[in-house]
Design a protein around this ligand. Structure first.
Ligand SMILES: Nc1nc2c(ncn2[C@@H]2O[C@H](COP(=O)(O)OP(=O)(O)OP(=O)(O)O)[C@@H](O)[C@H]2O)c(=O)[nH]1
Ligand SMILES: [Mg+2]
Length: 632
């Protein structure tokens, strides 16, 4: 208690401490300095199209058992032969992200009414340029994608290799990175009522309005994340500032991020790591409150008390939280068609549904998944997804398959199409099964049936009995068909429908996992906001004699303190004392002249001569506690 007998106070020491918060303005580079690699991307010619109607070729990197010479067969396509450039040529290269949202209007719009006297001034502090940091992010993001395809032969890590497997245009289709920020609360204001015959009307400064919320909503009319190629910033509006006559500021405008059904949302971190899944949105109309807007700051009317009838204090609005999000689209299809490239997957889809996918006699004709609706009668339908061909190594990112394997995660069953005319259909079958298993063991546990295709070709016909025997001995359901002729396809598709019906219960259970409290992210943030100012930790750096006080409640308190008002510093000191910061610092041995950091404030510790309790600190007021007029 001896230490407590000192009255302590802070003086200005280094109030100019740079703001290291996320809102730190930075230069915008993305538009001024376009990615040089983007520019230098050479125009490439499409490879000559393979002869139409020739013999179907199938890729498998496993050597055939009997015929070793087949390895050199030019009809076998190697991974290195696959010309990604050809794919690139077909689509536009991704451009830089554009900022579509307007800057939040930070104008105060005060109404200096006839009978109002306002104290204190505001500058445009609330109008910080939030864009800059994000713009740099875009540059890094876009740049990374383009550089993948500029033909560099440099050695790359496996992780990079994964990324290089797929052209940028593909990756943009079902993945996106967006920035969301809820609105800051409006500032409270200091005002006093002055009216004829009411000489001391008392404080009348209104509270600031609440910042706008960020919602995520499922839009049934969307089927890809392509819109996020152009617009990646979503900011809710700032709450309006309070005004005189106890007028509260208006609420900031909400922003709604529309996503297609089947979107998985994760938090994205700067180091490239993905956070945990925040939301899985499956059904059109689902709407989740993601980030709640910041609370409005209180005006001086709210600070009036018996002890202080003329409060000259008002709060800043609370900052709205912000976040980068990784969006990932997983198709919500009932049945997925998988198989090696060129097996006839798209042909099957085109025969059983009204979908018209591209079909051609070369691998990777299908670059993006195709969806088709198969209808049996009036109310029995199922959605079938035809996926790009898989090849060995797909789970490590080779080819296109990996990018789309996750789409099969939501399918309740799979149709595995095997090219019957391939050299070793069994090997092709096993290679694809292995890829599914390596990507996600749950995929290989899904019910599936095998469709041995191209039965109209003599080669396939010959191989069918052995193939069938092999698979049936392993307990797999196996059908033969000729997708081109539409023979056997009905049987395949109706068996797939039966499988779907059998697994409906399992699917329902799975979906209910995602239908918990959609607002749980906002709830968690609200909980964090309510963190008590009494919960803090103190760390000490003896080299620089610096004490750092950390605690969500205290940091929020510092952020909401408006240092322009003379009562703010007194309240600040009082709060530090009341919540036990002084006591803890003294107990841990703080000395005269030490630096104390609380949130964004940097202060210097002074031991006072006499102690008359915490109220003494407040009473000492501006004489001894001098704060800089500038914002921290
Ligand atoms: N003879 C014969 N050819 C077929 C049959 N089914 C598909 N094809 C041919 O096989 C080639 C590949 O067909 P696709 O449907 O594009 O194959 P895919 O599996 O979708 O191929 P990717 O999209 O590249 O993975 C095309 O030339 C088709 O005409 C069939 O039953 N018989
Ligand atoms: Mg295809």
């Amino acid at each position: 208690m001896a230490a407590l007998s000192n009255c302590v106070f802070f003086t200005t020491y280094a109030l100019a401490r740079t703001n290291t918060g996320a809102g730190t303005p930075r230069k915008t580079y993305a538009k001024k300095f376009p990615n040089p690699k983007l520019k230098s991307l050479p125009k490439r010619k499409l490879p000559p199209p393979p002869p139409f109607g020739g013999e179907a070729t199938t890729y498998s990197r496993l050597p055939p058992i009997d015929d070793e010479e087949e390895e050199d067969d030019s009809s076998v396509i190697k991974l290195s032969d696959i010309r990604v450039s050809a794919i690139l040529q077909r689509k536009d290269v991704v451009g830089e992200g554009e900022v579509s949202e307007d800057e939040v209007d930070g104008e105060l719009g005060y109404d200096y009414g006839e009978y109002e006297v306002f104290e204190g001034t505001y500058d445009s502090e609330g109008e910080e340029d939030f864009d800059d940091e994000e713009e740099e992010e875009i540059l890094a993001y876009g740049g990374g994608e383009i550089s993948d395809f500029d033909g560099n032969e440099e050695e790359v890590s496996e992780e990079e290799l994964k990324e290089k497997g797929v052209p940028a245009v593909m990756r943009c289709f079902d993945r996106a990175k967006v920035f969301v920020k809820s609105g800051d609360g409006g500032n409270g204001v200091v005002a006093f009522r002055r009216e004829k015959f009411v000489p001391y009307g008392g404080p009348s400064g209104g509270d600031g309005g609440r910042g706008g919320n960020v919602y995520v909503e499922v839009d049934g009319s969307m089927n890809s994340l392509l819109p996020f190629r152009n617009s990646i910033h979503f900011r809710a509006g700032r709450g309006a500032h309070g005004q005189g006559s106890k007028q509260s500021g208006g609420k900031g405008e909400d922003v709604v991020v529309k996503v297609p059904p089947g979107t998985v949302i994760r938090e994205a971190f700067k180091d490239g790591n993905q956070g945990e899944v925040l939301l899985e949105l499956l059904h059109p109309g689902q709407k989740a409150l993601l980030l709640p807007g910041g609370r409005g700051g209180r005006g001086n009317a709210s600070f009036k008390s018996g002890a202080n009838k003329v409060p000259r204090i008002a709060e800043n609005g609370e900052e709205g939280p912000e976040m980068w999000l990784d969006l990932e689209l997983k198709l919500v299809a009932d049945v997925g068609i998988v198989g090696a490239p060129n097996a006839g997957k798209s042909t099957l889809l085109s025969v059983v549904s009204a979908a018209q996918p591209a079909i051609a006699n070369y691998p990777f004709t299908t670059l993006l998944p195709n969806l088709g609706v198969v209808s049996f009668d009036f109310d029995s339908t199922m959605v079938v997804a035809d996926l790009p061909g898989l090849l060995e190594g797909a789970h490590r990112g080779f080819g296109l398959g990996h990018e789309f394997l996750r789409h099969t995660e939501r399918c309740s069953s799979l149709i595995h199409v095997v090219d019957g005319s391939s050299v070793q259909p069994e090997y092709e079958f096993d290679a694809v099964r292995l890829e599914l298993e390596l990507f996600n063991p749950e995929l290989s546990d899904k019910p599936f049936l095998v469709a041995f295709n191209k039965m109209d070709l003599p080669d396939a016909k010959d191989k069918w009995p052995a193939f069938r025997e092999n698979l049936e001995s392993r307990g797999f359901k196996c059908f033969c068909m000729s997708a081109v002729k539409g023979e056997g396809t009905q049987e395949v598709i109706s068996t797939a429908y039966k499988l779907l019906q059998e697994n409906k219960e399992a699917v329902k259970n799975n979906e209910s996992l995602y239908e918990g409290n959609l607002n749980h992210v906002a709830d968690m943030l609200q909980k964090q906001r309510k963190a008590s100012i009494n919960e803090f930790t103190i760390s000490h750096d003896s080299a620089s004699n610096t004490w750092t006080v950390t605690g969500a409640g205290l940091e929020r308190f510092v952020q909401m303190t408006n240092w322009r008002y003379e009562d703010s510093d007194k309240r600040f000191q009082h709060v530090l004392e009341a919540c036990g910061v002084y006591k803890s610092l003294i107990k841990q041995g703080v000395k005269e002249g030490d630096t104390v950091i609380v949130g964004e404030m940097e202060l210097q510790w002074h031991d006072a001569a006499e102690n008359t309790g915490p109220s003494n600190v407040r009473r000492k007021g501006a004489d001894t506690i001098k704060w800089s007029a500038s914002r921290p």
